[in-house]
Design a protein around this ligand. Sequence first.
Ligand code: IMP
Ligand code: MG
Length: 191
Amino acid sequence: MAALPERHPNLFEDVAEVLVTEEQVRAKVAELGQRISADYAGRPLTLVSVLKGSLPFMADLMRAVTIPLQIDLMEVSSYGGTATDSSGLVRILKDLSASIEGKDVLIVEDIIDTGLTLNYLLRYLRGKNPRSIRICALLDKPARRLVDLQIDYVGFTIPDRFVVGYGLDYGEVYRNLPFIGVLKPEVYSHA
Ligand code: IMP
Ligand code: MG
């Protein structure tokens, strides 16, 4: 039987380094909200968030947008991958609950890494005839990109490191950290 990861009962103790602080996230979300409000004024905006990692970002971003909008939620999982690598094989666990036909869709993502998940999602959503479809990602990790994607709104471009917090997990844990950070090496090596 595999050993359980060695975790400190206080999540904060497992963090080696904070890459993006809570204050930096808050300021960036406000800025993105303003840009989106200006760009989509007078248009039928639908934010589509991809669970679970994008949950805090979506919740904050939608409140930073000052024009009318609708939200919808999808959940996808990539299978065949590991805790730190996605495989590009995507399974839809929760589909849209309303039609996006004729809507201006903005996909709200936590992080674009290889881009395989988003590439799949884009093809899937384009098939539903939205009026437009664009991407808003809090974090961009371009070093590992495998497919060419245009990300219209980017919060922070980060180096090739596995990050947790503000929705992002390692083995489903650490999503509730209020900042974006990197874990101590011993935490990863115990998984
Ligand atoms: P992609 O298909 O490789 O772009 O991976 C996208 C998904 O992988 C994200 O939505 C995350 O769930 C996960 N992911 C990629 N990089 C990280 C990371 O550094 N920390 C936590 N999750 C990550
Ligand atoms: Mg994940």
